[in-house]
Design a protein around this ligand. Structure first.
Ligand code: ADP
Length: 196
């Protein structure tokens, strides 16, 4: 079954973890812009060199560049029947880019999973992750920048998708499996069921 999904949530909301679970269950590729950028930085590609300092500071990579990366990825064969986007779009300009791209393919998003996590909770999870994983953008300053951008630029995209009736707000606090179950319940209510 095809499903075109977007998962949105503040840093530390667990969207990466939940996105991978949902993608696997629905048998659709997960397209995480953060992962794509980090892989390019690790491999030292041209793209990686271009974005490294931006990412480390917690700022957004320019919209045109990010949208081009996503368009390339979605043009690959495995995304023809569906995909789950994690981390894109994350501002209104990117929503317009994605709309245009999907309209050109006669496609649209089926659902937007919005993980709801209070700021204090995401802050404490990020601080814990910083100690464990040492991601370059998990410094106190970059975290503050990323959360600020989320609140100012990313949260408003939920209003746009909300008017289209495709947003499912999911309580992102609690046991990981419990949260996954909440997401599946919401997707099933839209007729989107795991393949097995
Ligand atoms: P987080 O959600 O914890 O900030 P991500 O892995 O989603 O982590 O993204 C890491 C970084 O990659 C962002 O801070 C930003 O620099 C860059 N990035 C990811 N997605 C986008 C996007 N859609 N637009 C611009 N920059 C992005």
């Amino acid at each position: 079954m095809s499903a075109r999904l977007l998962i949105v949530g503040p840093q530390g909301s667990g969207k990466g973890t939940q996105g991978v679970r949902v993608g696997a269950a629905l048998d659709i590729p997960v397209v995480s812009t953060g992962d794509v950028f980090r892989a390019n930085v690790a491999e030292g590609t041209d793209l990686g060199l271009q974005v490294k300092s931006i990412i480390d500071a917690g700022d957004l990579v320019p919209d045109e560049l990010t949208s081009a990366v996503v368009r390339d990825r979605l043009a690959q064969a495995d995304a023809a029947q569906g995909f789950l986007l994690d981390g894109y779009p994350r501002n209104l300009a990117q929503v317009m880019h994605l709309d245009e791209f999907l309209e050109g393919r006669d496609e649209k998003l089926d659902a937007v999973i919005a993980l709801v996590v209070p700021r204090e909770e995401s802050l404490s999870r990020l601080t814990a992750r910083a100690a464990e994983q040492g991601r370059a953008d998990d410094t106190e300053e970059a975290i503050a920048t990323r959360l600020g951008i989320y609140e100012r630029e990313t949260a408003p995209i939920l209003d746009v998708y909300g008017t289209r009736g495709i947003v499912d707000e999911i309580d992102g606090v609690g046991d990981l499996d419990e949260i996954t179950a909440r997401i599946f319940a919401a997707l099933e209510a839209r007729g989107l069921r795991p393949a097995r």
